[in-house]
Design a protein around this ligand. Structure first.
Ligand code: SAM
Length: 474
């Protein structure tokens, strides 16, 4: 059978989609290739969030087509995911070497389409149609593939799409309307992963805090049957908690599962029920990624974010009260159209006020058909660069200071496996999501271990297996 190499750009959801495609192909008899140079099929799973992510994938495909096709004319080349969805046939018109373009609701068709191409039934395939029920199709894991069958952490997709329509963001157009899987379906997948040795599960979605909202709304309007969509426990325990918190409760009940994470939430979704869940559910680790985007209320309004700086800070205060020591990270966009010096100063002051453990900084990128792309006062690149550098220096300085406070402390880590950079070291994560490197061996994989933090690197901690007598900390 042919071998396949999949390269992924972008977020954890894209990583998860690629894994599901790989698992589906392996189940059909395809082999996974270690690089594009030896593969019979090369698939690029793309990201559209910023222009440079799109350009990277296009350049990569151009290089592959130039270098590989010359010697091996029968290699099948394809684009998957967000850019495939937004550009469709245009990708083949621009890069005629490309055979396959599969959009975000059609990942599960990859094996069938490759079979058709290899059988000579079809030459080029573009499928970017919507498909009802596609939210339930990202479910296969590479549990039987060599190294991955030892995975102790796994990602589980709980929903697809986004209804937020932030003015800068292309995601609602590439991923479609929000659609959630049922709790029973998600719990079934999690149980199966745990039975294969997985100890930590990260629930994934574009806006996980909106989980189940649309289904509930449709049921209210009589257009869908919420009892069927969310059979248990949503209907069994009438509860004021959001569907997302009910999902957390249901996953929390799985025996053998040690830790639960989720990403990305929206600050708007942090009602008291979710804050309270942090205080109540011990498997829900003390870590929250809360994309703030800007510290200026004026910019937040232009972005259509639906919260103010004060509300955001209040959520963080409540989370820290519910779970002292919680790790807080964020996403921030620099250079949104019309961002003034005063607006940017508000973002700097928010970072000083909140003291994020880390923040991902994005230079604003104009995206096709988004409202922000048509806003006046698009900022010059040099100004965006300059602000980005200033904010990065501040985020790094705060992060360094915070990481240094961990030296000498004892922390629990889940050991995930050998470090990619230095395989003689093992890596693990603390509950508050800090990466820890330690001298260990395969026998530590999957163990929850206490380590004493001895020093820090750049957003990394170094640990020694702890000796008894240290004060226990998260
Ligand atoms: N769930 C997240 C939220 O609450 O907004 C969205 C996830 S988005 C795929 C990841 C990050 O990309 C966003 O949080 C935002 O900071 C960044 N991003 C999205 N659109 C962008 C754009 N046009 N330019 C620069 N950064 C962008």
């Amino acid at each position: 059978m042919p071998s396949v190499y999949i390269k992924t750009y972008g977020c954890q959801m894209n990583e998860r989609d690629s894994e599901a495609v790989a698992a589906q192909l392996v189940a059909k008899g395809y082999r996974l290739a270690p690089s594009e140079h030896v593969a019979d099929v090369v698939l690029l799973n793309t990201c559209s969030v910023r222009d440079n992510a799109e350009q990277k994938a296009i350049n990569k495909m151009e290089n592959i087509a130039g270098a590989i096709r010359k010697d091996r004319p029968n290699v099948v080349l394809g684009f998957l995911g967000c850019m495939a969805q937004s550009r469709g046939q245009e990708l083949i018109d621009r890069l005629p070497d490309v055979d396959l373009v599969i959009g975000t609701q059609k990942f599960h068709r990859a094996a069938d389409y490759l079979d058709e191409i290899f059988a000579g039934k079809r030459d080029k395939i573009v499928d970017i149609a919507e498909e009802q029920g596609s939210e339930g199709t990202i479910r296969e894991h590479l549990l039987n593939g060599n190294a991955r069958d030892k995975s102790v952490t796994a990602f589980v997709s709980i929903m697809q799409g986004c209804n937020q329509y932030c003015t800068f963001c292309i995601v609602p157009y590439t991923r479609g309307e929000e659609r959630s899987r049922s709790i029973a379906d998600i719990v079934g997948e999690c149980r199966q992963l745990v039975s294969h040795g997985v100890k930590e599960i990260t629930l994934l979605g574009q806006i996980v805090t909106s989980y189940g909202r649309r289904e509930k709304r449709d049921a209210w309007r009589g257009t869908s049957d919420v009892n069927r969509a969310f059979p248990s426990p949503v209907t069994r325990h009438p509860s004021p908690a959001s569907a997302f918190v009910q999902l957390l409760e249901a996953v929390h009940e799985i025996d053998g599962l040690q830790r639960i994470r989720f990403t990305s939430p929206h600050p708007k979704g942090y009602g008291d029920d979710l804050v309270e869940a942090y205080a109540r559910l011990p498997k829900l680790v003390e870590s929250a990624h809360l994309p703030v985007q800007s510290g200026s209320d004026r910019v937040l309004k232009l972005m259509h974010r639906g919260y103010t700086r004060a509300r955001y800070v209040e959520i963080i205060r409540k989370l820290r009260a519910a779970r002292p020591g919680i790790g807080i990270t964020s996403d921030i966009i620099v250079g949104f159209p019309g961002e003034t010096d005063a607006d940017f100063a508000e973002t700097l002051s928010l970072c000083r006020e909140v003291e994020f453990d880390n923040a991902y900084l994005f230079k604003y990128s104009q995206r096709k058909d988004t409202p922000a792309a048509a806003m006046p006062d698009q900022l010059p690149e040099e100004l965006i660069e300059e602000r980005h550098a200033r904010l990065l220096a501040l985020v790094n300085e705060i992060g360094k200071r915070k990481y240094e406070t961990f030296i000498g402390r004892q922390m629990q880590i889940l050991v995930e496996g050998p470090s990619k950079r230095n395989p003689v070291r093992m890596t693990g994560r603390t509950r508050c999501n800090k990466l820890v490197l330690l001298d260990g061996s395969e026998r530590h994989r999957g163990q929850l271990m206490d380590v004493k933090i001895t020093r820090t690197g750049s957003f990394t901690l170094y640990g020694d297996p702890a000796v008894v007598g240290f004060e226990d900390e998260k």
